[in-house]
Write a protein that binds this ligand. Sequence first.
Ligand code: ADP
Length: 442
Amino acid sequence: MFKKILIANRGEIALRILRACRELGIKTVAIHSEADESAMHVRMADESICVGPSSAQSSYLNIPAIITAATLTNADGIHPGYGFLSENQRFAEIIEEHNIKFIGPHSSHIKIMGNKIDAKKIMDDNNVPTVPGLNDISNKKDIDNFINKVQLPIIVKAASGGGGKGMRVITDYDDINNAINSAKAEAKKSFNDDKVYLEKFLITPKHIEIQILADSQGNVITLGERDCSIQRKHQKLIEESPSEILSNEKREEISLLCKKAVSSLGYEGVGTLEFLYENNNFYFMEMNTRLQVEHPVTEMVTGIDLVKQQILAASGEKLTISQRDVQLKGHSIECRINAEHPESFIPSPGKITQYHQPGGLGIRVDSAVYQGYSVPSHYDSMIGKLITYADNRQECIAKMKRALEEYIIMGINTNIQLHQKIIMTKEFQSGKYDINFMSTFN
Ligand code: ADP
């Protein structure tokens, strides 16, 4: 078992990992930038080390500084959280070269899944249904044949894509060249890889993803699904588990396929297979080889601490939970609380002058902010996650409504009111919303 884990992240996820470590009796090292000197993750960790100036590039993405911090503090494990270096294959490799354990899958799995074209091929080979696509777009004839087969609209996507970047929807045949070129340029800029591919663009799908957990001895379990269809600019805003529209049969069918595919890879740790779901069919899009922002809704309905399990798996422990032990019970919803202007969505950094977070039965707040804290402008605008849990979906929504009303954050703009509006709409209440929900919402 680990003695000391360095947490290569900040904000709520750094706290989340720190809490799991503490319960497992593992010491923690926080890293921080100059801007985060007084951040809560720094205050709560057993040790802390400054790894660079405020910009993410010079601190939370600064691999040499992070490795030096781990070596100086004698950490035997590094947890990357999500974002930053969590899906950086080279980071995982360097850590292993320093005889420190990367708390995540083997670097080769990060590499394969980091390329969405390769990931789709693997899933195809394992009978997991994928979105119909065209990988090699060098030949105009192939593109024409593809369009004839699937019909417009189609979408151009970046092979190394993430965060909704490098995507262009094509509805008009004449736009193909422009769309491909601009997606390529954005992909090159964002991921230093201009490889793009085509996919059929599904019109009214839901985004449904399956959580998996695997140990190093080949045992794999699935932990149900999350419906993440409430998105803005392809970024998730609200997630829930289970999905209101998924039957037990469909859940079992897709979970079994995911489990088989992940087993055949020899994958270790937590992971998420992301699908579009339309007309009762699943279409694999990509696999995330890390802990997800929205993991708490799965924890609430399964009662399983995913971060502890992830750490135990990385330390070589055998899974003690069998598939039969995983019973989805009740309902959970997560609202991502962002420091941003409610209409323009422009980030709203600054000092939190008043702070009161909701509580009571079935309310969970994963956040690292506090009264008097200054939200820095250098990082993502998400400042917390409000999660509710109840016996059924209706009660879970009622709890979320009550909790959002109780949540007071003054001094900066937040999207709390936006969440209040969304959860009261007919579509959200019915659970039948799809990924277009936010584009038609006002
Ligand atoms: P990223 O890794 O950048 O987040 P994803 O491949 O996960 O990109 O897609 C993000 C979102 O974009 C999906 O949840 C969905 O809303 C939309 N999307 C992606 N591919 C398609 C598609 N083929 N048809 C319709 N929507 C899509």
